[in-house]
Design a protein around this ligand. Sequence first.
Ligand code: NAP
Length: 294
Amino acid sequence: MTVSAPATRVGFIGLGIMGQSMAGHLLAAGFPLHLHNRSPDKAEGLIALGAAYHPTPAAVAANADVMITMLGYPADVEQVYFADNGLIPAASSGSYLIDMTTSQPALAVRIADAAKARGLHALDAPVTGGDVGAREARLSVMVGGAPEAFDAVLPLLRVVGDKIVLHGPPGFGQQAKLCNQIVVAGTMLGICEGLAYARESGLDAQKVLASLGSGAAASTLLSRLGPRIVAGDYAPGFYVRHFIKDLEIALADAHASGLELRALRVALDAYRRLASDGAEDQGTQALIEAYRKA
Ligand code: NAP
């Protein structure tokens, strides 16, 4: 099977910052869309555009050929897949499950094994590109799972992303995403330290951003978050609490393979302190606050 619109019915669970935009693109591409979210009100805009709402993941599974999840934490993934009213007990044989949440590699393997036992196909497919990438359908999608399942759902992933890579068997998508988060952790420390130094030196922050943005320090994070940092705009594109979750997963996974990631640990400590100061629902750019002098 290869997915196509409008023949393939798509289920989407998790309509937060990322899921809201991604589900919207799938609906606009002509896929019949079946939704569920913990807070049902977040589905209202998509229902007005023609999507159907269901009270449980199982009810979504009863109406969909491919199910996508974009949840917060591994515990949310566990519940949506394995609970009595979850996806795995309810999905029809031959259907596809795609978890795009940033979650644990080991959980992706468990889902793939349980899915296989029921004749289902599971892929882990976390993304990078942020709220902007989701809005603009330009996400980079890192996939783990069987090549046949990857090929079957590729047209659907192309609706939300412009870089889709199969990294290997189940769990490899999550591990590729952890590589991304390890790089992001160090980069965020560098950006915030550079801009804190600019502030203390009395430099014009806009001029600093302009210079850095076209030199060796340029990055997507600097161009997206640098202006928000300078403006003191900490509205969440990516929650501090979700970044802490990612860094904890990465640190544990690296540690288990005997690798000590020092910059990652420094970043995790800094973000934990920020969260305990009340910033857990702010965007990751709020890290600049850690560099305010007492
Ligand atoms: P979010 O805004 O918190 O969205 C998560 C959604 O999942 C929420 O709407 C939540 O419901 C729903 N949910 C959680 N548990 C559920 C359950 N048991 N049943 C049904 N719905 C449930 O987070 P996000 O920013 O979209 O991020 C989603 C995932 O992508 C996270 O793992 C994050 O780390 C990752 N990610 C985020 C970004 C980014 O820039 N934001 C980029 C790449 C990857 P409620 O509405 O009730 O809270």
